[in-house]
Write a protein that binds this ligand. Structure first.
Ligand code: MSP
Length: 517
């Protein structure tokens, strides 16, 4: 049977500074989902990249007295390196200033919209917020200023090309209502649906070259430059070869199975992008996963408040797995969440040092000390152990390998259900529930005492613990890929095809996996 494909994207961050913790969190979510799907046999294409056009970028480069190209080259490289340093498993990194990889697709898409009769020239008189890279109206403002950037928008009066967004409003609304485009969570779906009640106008899709020289020229009219969002959204297909000679990736992977985005760019992804795709006669994305914002000390991060969280500092000081673990355990995939140093350290100590790190260290130590690292499954003792284990796991008397029942009937189904719904913090709750159970198992059986009385029983207990840990490494692998691999190599497990353990050949830890902080 051919492998089922799965196409996942992040939004493309503006390449006008180093990565922000919000960008890094978004990359993390997409990476976890991509890894999970790969583990489950999907042929995954995971796209990320940088958005390199627009007024904001060209002005920032100018203020630094740098050529825009070298400015975005530097920043894009910083992004790519950071994503690599946190083990993002992206398949491709798209840059919108890439004339070979991106421009042909963006232009081909424009030509499609134009051929559908959906691009027309008209005069635009209105407001533009450079910070948002968006056309805004008086009602979007607070005291005449953009509420996100605290700056008054610029007044614009110029001849532009427009896209007939209004023509597709009803169709897009129906696709969202029916979940043909599934917006997750539901609250964001409702938010976008309420937008339609205000009425949808056409959108200016280009600006005169004299106003924004940095961008993609409109096909057939180089005196106009494409609006940055029209150009940027096209990345999801240009990166797959749309509009290029070899479009085999596009044929294989489009439509996107899920676009991962932040709540501030929902309107562009749930309204404008589907309308463009409908106009071009292309398939629509299946899901849009909308994450919340990371705040710092309860406030929006801002340089002037001085509360900006630098993800690089955390990786340098505590390691990439510590940052990934904090995201996995403490940042909600759907709501706003707060990032503080105290929360980070508390989470590190509870989940890593005292949680997984301590459990693995204890079990490996006992296996090394009592059995020189070699233990095998002993069927007789397994039956003997059953009653007590069932007390530990709290399940009814059911035949089966000790711990197997609890893991297969309770823990794993809950884990997969949450993963399929992108409820990442809940999915990791099931992992740490299992860690606690295994800690409790040690407390109940006291293998360190039992070893003096009944060695065979002690061996069976350790096999069960090692088996439990091996399940944990599988569940953890999308979240903490490096830790998962490290523990797997220390366990040296041998399993039957159905996953039942046969034996373990363990190595002891030389240093703690996660020293307490
Ligand atoms: N370039 C556009 C996206 C184009 S996609 C075709 C853009 N870039 S951005 O750099 O401003 O934001 C990139 C992503 O980071 C967005 O999904 C945004 O929501 C996310 N975040 C930016 N700040 C954030 C937080 N403080 N917290 C979480 N994510 C946030 O928009």
């Amino acid at each position: 049977m051919p492998q089922k494909k799965f196409y996942i994207t992040t939004s493309i961050a503006y390449a006008n500074a180093a990565p922000h913790v919000g960008h890094v969190y978004e990359e993390f979510i997409a990476d976890v989902i991509a890894r999970y799907k790969r583990n489950n046999g999907f042929d995954v294409f995971f796209l990320t990249g940088t958005d390199e056009h627009g007024t904001k970028i060209s002005r920032t480069a100018e203020s630094k007295k740098q050529s825009v190209q070298s400015f975005v080259d530097e920043n894009a490289e910083t992004f790519r390196k950071f994503y690599d340093s946190m083990d993002s498993s992206y398949s491709s990194f798209i840059r919108t200033s890439d004339k070979e990889a991106h421009w042909p697709g963006a232009k081909a898409l424009w030509e499609k919209l134009s051929a559908s009769g959906d691009i027309y020239k008209s005069k635009y008189t209105g407001l533009y917020c450079v910070g948002c890279e968006a056309y805004v109206t008086e009602k979007d403002l607070v005291d005449g200023k953009c509420p996100h950037h605290g700056v008054a928008p610029e007044k614009i009066e110029e001849e532009n090309y427009f896209f007939k967004l209004s023509k597709y409003a009803d169709a897009v609304k129906a696709k969202i209502e029916s979940n043909e485009i599934h917006i997750i969570p539901e609250t964001r779906k409702n938010e976008i649906l309420s937008l339609f009640t205000e009425g949808i106008s056409d959108v200016s899709f280009s600006r005169p070259e004299g106003q924004i020289p940095w961008g993609i020229p409109v096909p057939g009219d180089p005196s106009q430059i494409m609006y940055v969002w029209c150009d940027a959204l096209a990345n999801y297909i240009s990166a797959l070869g749309y509009g290029r000679e070899d479009s085999s990736l596009f044929d294989t992977y489009w439509p996107a199975d899920v676009h991962v985005i932040g709540k501030d760019i929902l309107r562009f992804h749930a309204l404008l992008w589907p309308a463009m795709l409908l106009s071009a006669g292309l398939a629509l994305p299946r899901e849009i996963l909308v994450h919340g914002f990371i705040t710092s000390e309860g406030k929006k991060m801002s340089k002037s408040i001085g509360n900006v969280v630098d993800p690089k500092e955390y990786v340098e000081k505590h390691g990439k797995e510590a940052l990934r673990s904090f995201f996995a355990r403490d940042i909600s995939p759907f709501e706003d969440s707060d990032f503080t140093d105290a929360k980070f350290l508390e989470s590190y100590n509870a989940n890593l040092a005292n949680g997984i790190g301590n459990l693995v260290s204890r079990v490996l130590k006992m296996t090394g000390q009592y059995f020189e690292g070699k233990v095998v499954m002993n069927q007789d003792v397994e039956v003997l152990l059953k009653r007590k284990i069932e007390t530990v796991s709290g399940v009814e008397d059911t035949p089966g390998v000790p711990l197997n029942y609890y893991i297969n009937e309770e823990i794993l189904p809950a884990y997969h259900e949450h993963m399929e719904k992108y409820e990442l913090t809940k999915a990791t709750d099931t992992i740490w529930t299992l860690i606690k159970r295994l800690d409790g198992y040690i407390t109940d059986y006291e293998p360190y005492k039992l070893v003096k009385i009944d060695k065979a029983k002690t061996e069976a207990i350790l096999v069960n613990l090692l088996y439990g840990i091996s399940v944990i490494t599988n569940m953890l692998s999308p979240f903490l890929p490096e830790t998962s691999e490290k523990i797997k190599s220390l366990l040296g497990g041998q399993f039957e095809e159905n996953g039942t353990p046969i034996s373990f050949s363990t190595k002891e830890l030389e240093t703690p996996l996660f020293p307490r902080k």
